[in-house]
Design a protein around this ligand. Structure first.
Ligand code: NAD
Length: 262
């Protein structure tokens, strides 16, 4: 599917990998609806990117909040004539914590619940509400394609480390929902691809200690560095443009396989 002339929805689009994806969409002639919890950053990002980007405040843990963002986006799409083309639900949080602390006390379920609420329920709810509109756009091209959903998993879906029970569970869920969602949406001409990045340069990564960062990089084969957001965005671009990509979880990780701990 072509990016040009279409509107893509990016949650978490105010920062990191989501922001790089928004830039890529603009560079390729598409419009971007940036949905983010951080209203200041979201507004500033949309203003910096230019008229192809519009910010819609949204907390993906709230069905009503998503509904308002959907309404705003659909009205903008009508105004511009650039039909919906896809959804990239990139909003995510990590919130580490071991299931038992050093004294043998189990972690508080509220942390686990929040990670699942943002990274799993938030993804499903956003995709679900936008799909109602995406499934109705006129099919295009010889394949009758309507759109693409690019989910954001993580290499933690497969080898999450100590302290990543919640994050690993949430990203494992993204990997696990990729194929059934693909099968559900085939009849509508909507594809689903998941991308599973290793550590990429972003504010999320900047929060890690130097020791952890160094340890993580030691597990990368080549090139021994963090991924760059533009490299993530390039894979989103390819996932949108290559119609034979469907139902797969694609790792982008420089050959990295994470050990249990650093
Ligand atoms: N950066 C990495 O190393 C890396 C690696 C693997 C996977 N990922 C995944 O990529 C995605 C983007 O990560 P990033 O590194 O760019 O993170 P980031 O922290 O830079 O950006 C995340 C964005 O999500 C927004 N957000 C958080 N909670 C929200 C909510 N409830 N509703 C709406 N927006 C919310 C934040 O405001 C922020 O703008 C996440 O799903 C993350 O798990 C990142």
């Amino acid at each position: 599917m072509k990016i040009e002339g279409r509107t893509f929805v990016i949650t978490g689009g105010a920062s990191g990998l989501g922001r790089a994806t928004a830039e890529m969409i603009g560079q390729n002639g598409g419009n971007v609806a940036i949905l983010d919890l951080n209203a200041d950053l979201g507004k500033a990002t949309a203003a910096e990117l230019g008229p192809f980007a519009r910010f819609f405040p949204c907390d993906v843990t709230s069905t009503e909040s998503i509904a308002r963002a959907v309404e705003g986006t659909v009205a903008w799409v009508k105004e511009t004539g650039k039909e919906l083309g896809g959804i990239v639900p990139a909003a995510g949080i990590a919130n580490p914590g071991t299931i038992l602390d050093r004294t043998g006390k189990p972690f508080d379920l509220s942390t686990f619940d929040l990670v699942i609420a943002v990274n799993v329920r938030g993804v499903i709810d956003t995709v679900r509400q936008f799909l109602e509109h995406l499934a109705q756009v006129p099919p295009v091209g010889p394949d009758g394609e309507r759109g693409v959903i690019v989910l954001v998993a993580s290499t933690a879906a497969f080898e999450a480390q100590k302290g990543q029970v919640a994050y690993g569970a949430s990203k494992g869920a993204i990997a696990g929902m990729t194929l059934p969602m693909t099968r559900d949406l085939a009849r509508y001409g909507v594809r689903v691809v998941s991308i599973a990045p290793s550590p990429f340069r972003s504010p999320m990564e900047a929060m890690m200690s130097e020791k952890v960062k160094k340890g993580l990089l030691a597990a990368v084969e080549f090139p021994r560095r963090s991924g760059e957001p533009v490299e993530f965005a390039a894979l989103v671009k390819h996932s949108i443009e290559n119609s034979m990509l469907n139902g797969s979880v694609i790792r982008i990780d420089g050959g990295m396989r994470l050990p249990s701990k650093m």
